[in-house]
Design a protein around this ligand. Structure first.
Ligand SMILES: *[C@@H]1O[C@H](CO)[C@@H](O)[C@H](O)[C@H]1NC(C)=O
Length: 340
């Protein structure tokens, strides 16, 4: 296994935060043209890089998927122009969520609660030198061990720029409030998640519950969705520290207006979109994206129920907080919200 270059990463991050900007410019003119140059041949079956496969335009069989993804890219671009102000340069700190597959030329920005365990497993299979045959062989906790996959922030500025220009960059997103309810249910309503109860639950109970019982203050294991919402919209929360990645916005985790993602996959169409990425990488014969048999998915109906108890005032505040994720990824304002 390749060791993470910790020393270098720390250096790059510290120095980078202050002086190194990453000068990466998207050329809208056939980014695939450059891809693979100077590379001894990509590991996918066509020998082309995924980026070349995407933009070479001879994929007639994929025209429907191609049109969908082109539509999403254009919408994202327009939304970025309409709703974000100044562009800034990237710093290595911005790239901590981008996982690198140097063998196939892939960059994946992982978003918790959007099938990221399975995508990390797939990337471990792809970069694993045949160590794993099947993604599901990899235990979930193993998939999240830092250092199993390299992140783009670990590379030098020149290496980062090269990868941003020539690799296929993809991200998977999800309806923001369904993702949020999923994070709440997973982290605050399951008795085994004691680390989250201690770290966040106790704080939420202390700050956002009137007259809490001593056990609740001590354990933090009975946070209601309402209290979680108060915590999120309290300006004090983000002044103190960044949101935990499970409820941080995709906009802040993956910087979709600074990094031009080639594929924006959606949780709502996870199977098709995953198949499309694996096809572009030329590895659909090597690895299959695990289809989760999970019945515990958070649906729109479920999100509506959770929001029922939230007053229009707080619904509105919460919507403002997640607004960019709604706009950038073409999710409409949920019909169950009552402030409209
Ligand atoms: C945006 O969402 C609407 C409504 O769901 C859909 O009809 C449209 O095709 C989407 N646009 C893109 C570019 O994905």
């Amino acid at each position: 296994m390749r060791k993470p270059r910790v020393g270098r990463m720390v250096l790059a991050t510290c120095v980078g935060s202050f002086i190194i900007g990453i000068f990466y410019f998207q050329s809208n003119l056939k980014p695939g043209a450059e891809a693979g140059s100077g590379h001894a041949g990509w590991q996918g079956k066509s020998g082309r890089s995924p980026l070349q496969t995407l933009y070479d335009g001879d994929q007639l069989d994929l025209s429907a998927a191609q049109a969908t993804h082109q539509g999403r890219r254009e919408l994202l671009e327009r939304a970025c122009q309409a709703y974000t102000r100044k562009r800034r340069v990237l710093i290595p700190e911005d790239l901590k969520h981008l996982m690198v597959d140097d063998r196939h030329g892939l960059l994946y920005c992982y978003v918790p609660k959007v099938a990221c365990t399975n995508w990390k497993r797939v990337l471990m299979v792809l970069t694993g030198d045949g160590r794993y045959a099947d993604p599901l062989q990899i235990p979930a906790n193993e998939a999240h061990v830092a250092g199993n996959l390299r992140t783009l922030s670990e590379y030098s500025t020149a290496e980062i720029n090269h990868r941003l220009r020539t690799y296929l960059k993809f991200v998977f997103v999800r309806e923001p409030f369904e993702r949020l309810v999923s994070a709440y249910r997973n982290k605050f309503t399951r008795s085994y998640n004691t680390a989250f109860h201690k770290r966040y639950g106790t704080k939420i109970v202390r700050r956002h519950r009137a007259n809490p019982r001593p056990e609740a203050l001590e354990r933090g294991d009975d946070v209601s969705f309402e209290e979680f919402v108060y915590y999120l919209v309290d300006p004090h929360t983000q002044r103190e520290e960044p949101f935990n990645e499970h409820w941080e916005r995709v906009h802040s985790l993956c910087h979709p207006c600074l990094i031009h993602y080639d594929v924006v996959g959606k949780y709502e169409t996870l199977e098709q979109d995953s198949r499309y990425v694996l096809h572009l990488a030329g590895v659909e014969d090597q690895v299959r994206f695990p289809t989760s048999g999970k019945s515990t998915r958070t649906t729109g109906d479920m999100a509506a129920q959770f929001f029922h108890n939230i007053s229009p005032f707080y619904q509105k505040k919460l919507y403002s907080l997640y607004r960019m994720d709604f706009l950038l990824f073409n999710y409409s304002t949920p019909a169950y919200l009552r402030f409209r």
